[in-house]
Design a protein around this ligand. Sequence first.
Ligand code: PMP
Length: 394
Amino acid sequence: MFSNLKAQPADKILELMAKYREDPRQTKIDLGVGVYKNADGVTPVMRAVKAAEKQLWEEQTTKAYVGLAGDPAYSDAMIGLVLGDEVERDRIAAIATPGGTGAVRQAFELARLASPDLRVFVSSPTWPNHLSILNAMGIETVPYRYFDAESRAVDFDGMMTDLAGMRAGDVVLLHGCCHNPTGANLNMSQWREVVSLLNKTGATPMIDIAYQGFGDGLEEDAAATRLVAASVPECLIAASCSKNFGIYRERTGILMTISESADLTPVSQGNMNHLNRQSYSFPPDHGARLVTMILNDETLRADWQQELEDVRLSMLNLRKQLAEELQRLSGSDRFGFIAEHRGMFSQLGTTPEMVERLRAEHGIYMVSDSRLNIAGLNQTTVPILAKAIVDTGI
Ligand code: PMP
């Protein structure tokens, strides 16, 4: 049987990580995989997470199953974090999922149950795993223009022109903040135009929010999601706690749906519970429980927010330094976009050949689409990267 299996294409980012590990150069710099690293190159366990784990170890008396949707307290806490009180609670259904990836997968599953001829509009580019999951599920994808190769900002006119082709029964996948891989984001007035178009076409938005707190702040990063959620009849939201709580391997995410009216919520909830049941029965609990404890405890929450804010500001500073250094070395403003982008990533907008030269000649590792992880830098490596970029002629 197994001899019938065909090899799967390698995941580019994981392949890059392996190459990096094998590179003997002391001076190599890893700007590949999307994991936050501090100035020492470490992905720390956040203080509040450690404290919650300790408390949990002392207080938890059972590890019996929770429920198909996960702990309702986790849903409440995450709905509060992502949506505030912008949407009536009785219109929201939610399930805990294994990471944001699990939420994305279940969102597509649910949308397909509701709309068998589903098409999903995806930004060009988007997180490659969006496409990989959609392709594996056999769901039709329609790319919409997003990144302007010249300005390295959002090609908003192109985006709106392409999204005008949406119709009821379609889903449009939007990144709530900190677009991956480009780092380029819509401003609030552009989001309002997207909302008008959604309401005109009847398409259903699906918001993937994986970096809340990494861009302009916890509340600021949720503003677009809240605006959309409060302004359209129906919405899907996939959120991840991997980055903002630093609990990548605990697999902590959530899928929320907002139904047009409260009487539809139990059916959405039942379908989502069913999807969890068919996939893995009960979603992971450990990370979700830590998140709930942190969000519901004033002291833990304040400490978490402070540490998250420090992380955000450190990335923002690295962006500014890199943009300034590039300005100094190149004598031009063409890299100013790096300081404008938000989140962990920026797409340089150069060719795979140039990216390969950065790797071969300078030991600088980034994904071939020229996405660089800002958090992979520190004060020492910023000037090294800037010089390599300019020397390579990017
Ligand atoms: N969506 C986007 C856009 C992402 O970048 C990520 C993380 N790379 C995820 C979802 C899901 O992350 P996880 O499954 O690790 O929570």
